[in-house]
Design a protein around this ligand. Structure first.
Ligand SMILES: Nc1ncnc2c1ncn2[C@@H]1O[C@H](COP(=O)(O)OP(=O)(O)OP(=O)(O)O)[C@@H](O)[C@H]1O
Length: 240
């Protein structure tokens, strides 16, 4: 039996008079990478915020680690990377990593090892002692991702983690995500890069406030009689 680490059932969310999510069903199992794709404004970040308990749904049930949301204690078990970076720009990259690592309660020696590992994954080792104020946008994204990886959380929630990141490094980051998955941990990731949607275990297509399709990339391509997830996306969007 699969263990649902994230379990969203019939989630509805309105902002004032605007209905963003109508009926969202989404699960992420242990040892699985789930990709969430959809047009800009479809509500992907809103799904993520509901999953983190940062937004409260107007209807339906949202559970993470079998606990009904919102639940503040759950946040410490989740590595979250938001679309906007929450970094201390007057500090160095290393100081940011130290600060967030300590907040996560990682012990000193382990934290040093983890900082080395995470900064290697995102290729920031040489820039670690520079002030973040002098980083490029892509470097800031990479630092945010390194922070999310700290503490080996059982669940990673990544909102567009590879925006502004070069293809070679993107590949390296995906190799790390695959390692995390193979260690039995779970990942929910949003992306605009359709090539990346080919790399996940299951992909959920968010359209018109609902998850319109949710399956392995290979199964979706077969269902829609197309060769790429990008074409699945275009066909589903066109049919709406
Ligand atoms: N706190 C909020 N208050 C009011 N409206 C909001 C709020 N958060 C999101 N929205 C609206 O909800 C809709 C969905 O936004 P969301 O950021 O979830 O979409 P998205 O799919 O992540 O978009 P993108 O791909 O462009 O990042 C948008 O119309 C947005 O303006």
């Amino acid at each position: 039996m699969n263990t649902a680490i994230i379990d969203l059932q019939h989630i509805a969310k309105q902002f004032g008079s605007q209905t963003v999510l109508k009926d969202v069903n989404l699960t992420v199992n242990a040892g699985e990478i789930v990709g969430l794709i959809g047009p800009s404004g479809a509500g992907k970040s809103t799904v993520i915020k509901v999953t983190l308990g940062m937004e409260v749904a107007n209807g339906g049930s949202a559970k993470v680690f079998n606990t009904q949301l919102p639940d503040r204690q759950l946040l410490s078990k989740i590595g979250y990377m938001a679309q906007t970076d929450a970094l201390y720009t007057s500090l160095s990259g290393r100081e940011n990593l130290k600060f967030y690592g300590q907040m996560k309660g990682i012990d000193k020696q382990k934290l040093q090892d983890e900082i080395l590992h995470a900064s290697k994954v995102v290729d920031l080792t040489d820039a670690l002692d520079r002030r973040v104020a002098g980083y490029s946008g892509g470097m800031m994204r990479r630092l945010s991702l390194a922070i999310a990886l700290l503490g080996e959380p059982d669940l990673l929630i990544l909102d567009e983690p590879t925006v502004g990141i070069d293809p070679a490094l993107r590949r390296q980051i995906w190799a790390e995500l695959a390692r995390v998955r193979d260690a039995g941990r779970s990942i929910l990731i949003t992306t605009h890069v359709m090539d990346e949607a080919e790399l996940v275990d299951r992909v959920a297509l968010l359209l018109d406030g609902k998850v319109m399709a949710f399956d392995k990339p290979s199964v979706l391509k077969e269902q829609y009689h197309v060769g790429t997830i990008e074409d699945v996306f275009l066909k589903a969007e066109g049919a709406e």
